[in-house]
Design a protein around this ligand. Sequence first.
Ligand SMILES: Nc1ncnc2c1ncn2[C@@H]1O[C@H](COP(=O)(O)OP(=O)(O)OP(=O)(O)O)[C@@H](O)[C@H]1O
Ligand SMILES: [Mg+2]
Length: 344
Amino acid sequence: MYFEIEPKSKKEDFFSYAYEYGEVKNALQRKEKLIVVVGVRRVGKTSLLNIVYNESKNLKLWLDGRIVTDPKKELFAAIYETVKIGKPKIFGKIESLNISAFGVGFDIKLGNESHIELEKKIKAAGQICVFIDEAQRMNIKDLADVLSYFYDRFPQVSFIISGSEIGLVEQIIGQSDAEHPLYGREITKITLNRLDRNGSMEYLKTGFEQLDLKIEKIELEKAIEELDGLIGWLTLYGYERGIKQSKDALKKTSESAARIAASELVHFFKNVKNKELYVAILKNATVVGWDELRTRAGKEMGEQLNPNLFNFALEKLATYSFIEKKDEKYQLSDPLLQKAIFLV
Ligand SMILES: Nc1ncnc2c1ncn2[C@@H]1O[C@H](COP(=O)(O)OP(=O)(O)OP(=O)(O)O)[C@@H](O)[C@H]1O
Ligand SMILES: [Mg+2]
């Protein structure tokens, strides 16, 4: 069923994205060592990884980047632990639509064996698939070091990595920087994009058909207009409208979606100095070019914005995937951010 709000775990509940799914599966089949799935929030990354995880017959583990405090220790320990028990293991939860887990870390004792002995055991275990969701929440530099260590020493270990903050995920794989620990390594990158209008319509129609409901096309069009092609919000709408049978389903969906988006903004704002500047940029990022966005955000703040300062903030918003740049124009990565701004 499409309108359950948990991340999908079965192929039959996973709409479309056959190409991206095939790319991940093929890369694993080829025993690629680094497979990276990127996309803005709510586009279905966790679901895609979850399905591939469930289908994989290899020894495998799932790690949520938000619970790892020290990748250098914990990643190795988690892989070793999985080898030791010889069964798939999930560290953390497979989460969706919330950001509850933050840096709690986990504790695995490696025992008294030497590092060389531990390495030998990992090497002897055959192919291992390590799934890491929200990888960018770890210390990026440490994670890149760990990945390059595994890449060079354990050819049979594949990492399948995902994350919503695209700019940060790109820093993990750092392809254009010769000084980067992963420079020159083979990396398969797969991007999930939102659905277009037709795809969104087909998704909603089929989802309601699964519930034996027929909803007027005009109502579906209104939902698509407001929620755009983000499958996470369309799913939430389908859940409200079809499963909970709420009155005002669209209003409720966009309110709770805006609250979720707002909580992510609040988290982001904790680490910036000039919150007003970021808010002004977000409010005005309505498919506009750099100059116009600077002028508009400046007006909003009642001052002319220093180009460097403005650019720094804009780039940061893009790095954290609140803003997307397409054909030299800037826009919000999620239409609900427009509402979320007023809640922070
Ligand atoms: N292809 C799909 N078919 C059906 N439902 C989907 C699909 N992709 C995602 N969903 C639904 O959309 C919501 C968000 O999915 P998911 O958590 O996988 O996205 P995400 O990209 O990992 O989001 P986040 O960036 O918040 O972690 C969930 O309710 C999930 O069930
Ligand atoms: Mg996710």
